[in-house]
Design a protein. Sequence first.
Length: 452
Amino acid sequence: MKKRLFIKTYGCQMNVYDSARIAELLTPLGYEAATGPEGADLVILNTCHIRDKAVEKMFSELGTIRRLKHAQERHGGRMVVAVGGCVAQAEGAEILERAPFVDIVFGPQAYHRLPEMVARAATERVLDTSFPAEPKFDYLPETSATPGVSAFLAVQEGCDKFCTFCVVPYTRGAEYSRPAAEIIAEARRLADSGAREITLLGQNVNAYHGLSPKGGVWGLGELIGALAGIPGLARLRYTTSHPKDVDDALIAAHRDIAELMPYLHLPVQSGSDRVLAAMNRRHTADQYRRTVERLRRARPDIALSSDFIVGFPGESEADFRATTDLVRDIGFAQAFSFKYSPRPGTPAANAADQIPEPVKADRLAILQALLHEQQQAFNQACVGEVLPVLFEKPGRHPGQLVGRSPYLQSIHAEAPAERIGDIVPLTIRAALPNSLAGAIAPQSPSLDGVAA
Ligand code: 5AD
Ligand code: SF4
């Protein structure tokens, strides 16, 4: 009998990848994806703990699930409720205590044991937030689901950097790099099933140092070099990187490998050396500027994206100005910025000099206005240009498709559905706040005979 599975995913792309793997893992047990929690046999919340009121948000979501579960039970049905991801890792038994209707709590490194946990849940409540000695990847089935045009592939997990604001080293555990042969095999399967683009994922993806097929160790640059030859794969990306781990091989990959897209998400967090030191980021603002210069020399059109935290404990007006100065110096194509949010158990949460909320809000508004201006300028500069766009899916309006430029801009254009999966030259007609409008460019003689 088919059973219905609903997974709600919060947070980063790694959680999106994990949710897809969890769904695959449960398919042999008869679970099929449901579009909502109503009537589901198994509901999984894959949670995120990085910022804000993650715990409260999760408990409020669980309130809704509890009502559905009880309604189902009144009709003789049964709903198994599981909480996974980083809040599960951080809160563990506390969740079972506060939410008696939750059947399973599991951490991000334990989800390969879900089939067994689901079976056990018939008779007992299950908690598994262990960090197993053997990586979960060894126990996951091969990817089987059909990927989209653009697929994720986890190559590295966990983090050993211990930035003082961040929960990741505690929730995801120590750094682990998958062996390159395993990654290449997964990438081939994705390409064979129709993926044209793969984004390599890791909490600290450019700290990748995996076993090479010949027995040595590869960094991310070498891994990208090996993946670039896979038939069908037209584009490679990777996220998220740490400035300190941008090495020569990775910069060379941006220069030499056509499949590697000219876009890099390289979080800097702050432009103040004092704040960077207090964050334990292990680099200065000038070292970041120099890294960007080297990347731009290797790949002049590379578009940069970043993450910023404002209102980190002790951040002065001068520190904040150093951040806006850095933003002006670099010029970002896109960026994410956040108010510092104290995370329980991290060193900065206990710092005495916390910044008042209104100051954080003011600084965030100033920074976001500046970043928004830069994003607009970057998008506006593309108007009139022809960009190769990989069409991924139907757009919002009939007859439209959406895809991405090399610089990760979302672009929509009128195009027939059979062009999904193709890389098509589009003339950019207009820059909207979060996307571009394009039109299929007339075939120029120089493009004739060039395979997509
Ligand atoms: N407060 C605010 N932002 C945070 N981030 C991580 N931890 C915190 C925190 N405690 C941001 C960082 C990171 C991004 C994924 O989330 O900018 O790069
Ligand atoms: Fe968190 Fe990234 Fe710092 Fe690791 S490098 S602790 S994941 S912010």
